[in-house]
Design a protein around this ligand. Structure first.
Ligand SMILES: Nc1ncnc2c1ncn2[C@@H]1O[C@H](COP(=O)(O)OP(=O)(O)OP(=O)(O)O)[C@@H](O)[C@H]1O
Ligand SMILES: [Mg+2]
Length: 550
């Protein structure tokens, strides 16, 4: 030990001047020696020599300090030094020292702990070498003791860090292997550096057979492998993640439709170091999407078919509707023609009755009148028969006149609507015993013959209804002309039309009389309004006067 110090000192003293030609190498040597000295001074390295035969250790001051010994105790048997060794390491050191001469090259090196008096633990490395006498018997054992506490602490820290990292990676691996999604990491060349269990199962591979391989080596279809490689490269280049989908079947036969995400993993300088990937099986979702698409398409086809059918049916219905409309128009025309024919027929029949039957009856009446003065020449029965014949002929004449007038009042043509209506209402009152009145202006202007006939027929039908259905004691007719229109109002104080029947009349589904009135009015562009209640019925008709009579 002193020898070492002496040597090092001599090196220091032998250092040549800075200007020496060998100055560079020697300056380096000097600097190294200075560093060594400062290490020694810093109490980090100590030396010792043990005379094994006499069991006497000679230690330097550093060792005495390190071992917490009084400098005067730096010389003594090996046992006096052992007391400073940590109790847990003492036995191990004793054994190591004892077996040192048996070691290779008589060398010895190991780490131990010192337990200082203040309770501090100091880590030391002891390096020693055995020196033998000529007979080969161990004679000296000398060496150095180095304080390696700070190295040990950093080693411990590194170990802790390593075990923490190792634990973390185990946790990651366990968690990533417990999920059914595929998790994996690529290096910059697109090779797998981590693959979780789910993906290994899909491939039917062990981790060691997958790590370090790329998609081509893992027998991915050429086109897919190329695309995936390009995408990995893209993540490295753009530093941005990407999402895509693919179909894949592994060599094990397992596979499906997958959605994958490649994300960049940055190093501390912000460069993309790795690419992490996550793949999810979306076969079920794809199947559902496909089913949905198909059912939408079939629905659309169905709807299109339905639409076509609806169009067809609509066209059919429209055609039928127009046919019905045409038919109902034809029917309306027909019924109007029928009414007009009835009117003409009535007029002809009335004229016939008046002209032929009426004339014949008039002749009979004259004959009866001729016979009547001679009746007393007959027996009583004959005379009564002549008398009765006269009365009968007059009655028949009156009846025929009434019938012919009702069929077609000649007054209508000759004297106009006002007289004809007055005659109608008066006759009605007479025959029905209903208090019937008419209100029509004396200066009521004449209308076209067709219009006058229509008004006459409407009033005639209303009065007939009052007589047949209303049980009213009164009937009032008012016919006026105003603002180019003829207004007809007929009302009674009878029992009224019951609600259901009234609705049918409004719908045009009941009442031949009402339908006839409506048809006549419609022909002239007129309208009909029916109001009825418990206190009676009120019919209002309005007709435009298209071509008023001069
Ligand atoms: N003034 C009224 N008072 C009470 N009920 C009436 C009156 N007028 C019409 N009605 C009712 O309205 C129905 C329809 O009348 P409408 O004139 O259309 O037919 P109708 O008189 O029964 O038959 P038609 O006139 O063909 O001889 C009648 O059957 C009757 O029940
Ligand atoms: Mg009627």
């Amino acid at each position: 030990m002193p020898k070492t110090r002496k040597r090092s000192n001599s090196v220091r003293h032998k250092t040549p001047a800075k200007t020496s030609p060998r100055s560079h190498a020697e300056r380096a040597l000097l600097a190294a020696n200075q560093r060594f000295q400062s290490v020694l001074y810093a109490n980090e390295v100590a030396t010792w020599t043990w005379d094994m035969v006499r069991n006497r250790v000679v230690a330097d001051q550093n060792l005495a300090r390190m071992f917490d010994l009084n400098p005067k105790d730096a010389v003594g048997p090996i046992e006096s030094f052992m007391a400073a060794i940590h109790p847990d390491d003492r036995f191990r050191l004793a054994q190591a020292i004892r077996s040192a001469p048996d070691g290779a090259n008589d060398c010895f090196e190991s780490d131990y702990r010192l337990l200082r008096k203040d309770g501090r633990v100091v880590w030391i490395t002891i390096r020693g070498k055995v020196e033998r006498d000529r007979a080969g018997k161990p004679k000296y054992f000398f060496g150095v003791v180095i304080d390696v506490t700070s190295r040990k602490i950093s080693e411990q820290k590194a170990e802790e860090l390593y075990s923490r990292l190792e634990r973390q990676s185990r946790i990651y691996d366990a968690s990533l292997s417990s999920i059914t999604d595929f998790a994996y990491i690529f290096d910059a060349r697109g090779r797998f550096i981590y693959v979780n269990q789910a993906l290994l199962d899909l491939w039917g591979l062990k981790l060691e057979n997958a790590v370090g391989k790329d998609f081509y080596e893992l027998k991915y279809p050429e086109e897919l492998a190329k695309r995936l490689h390009e995408q990995i490269q893209l993540v490295f280049d753009t530093k941005a993640g990407l999402v895509d989908e693919t179909q894949y079947t592994s060599p094990t036969g397992m596979g499906g439709y997958y959605e994958y995400i490649f994300s960049p993993v940055f190093d501390s300088s912000g460069k993309v170091e790795l690419v992490a990937g996550l793949t999810r099986d979306i076969t079920q979702r794809k199947r559902e999407e496909e089913e949905l698409k198909q059912s939408r398409e079939s629905l659309r086809a169905l709807a299109a078919g339905l639409e076509a059918q609806v169009q067809l049916r609509t066209a059919e219905l429209e055609k039928r509707n127009s046919e019905v409309l045409k038919q109902s128009e034809e029917l309306r025309q027909l019924s109007l023609r029928l009414m007009q024919t009835q009117d003409q027929e009535g007029r002809r029949l009335a004229r016939e009755l008046h002209d032929s039957v009426g004339q014949l009856l008039a002749a009979i009446a004259m004959n009866v009148a001729t016979v009547k003065p001679q009746a007393h020449k007959l027996d009583q029965a004959g005379a009564r028969a002549v008398e009765e014949n006269g009365l009968l002929v007059e009655t028949i004449l009156a009846e025929i006149r009434t019938i012919s007038y009702l069929l077609h009042p000649p007054l209508l043509d000759e004297l106009g609507l006002r007289s004809a209506l007055q005659w109608l209402v008066e006759g009605f009152a007479d025959r029905s015993k209903i208090d019937a009145r008419i209100d029509i202006a004396p200066d009521f202007r004449r209308l076209s013959p067709d219009l006058e006939t229509a008004v006459f027929r409407v009033v005639q039908e209303c009065l007939a209804n009052i007589h047949r259905h209303s049980a009213s004691k009164t009937a009032t007719v008012a016919v006026t002309q105003k603002s180019g229109h003829v207004n007809i109002l007929v009302y009674d104080e009878g029992k009224g039309i019951d609600t259901d029947r009234l609705r049918e009349i409004s719908d045009g589904t009941a009442g031949v009389g009402f339908r006839g009135m409506r048809e006549r009015l419609r022909h002239f562009g007129g309208t009909l309004d029916v109001r009825s209640g418990a206190t009676g019925t009120k019919i209002t008709a309005t007709l435009p006067i298209e071509s008023p009579a001069p």
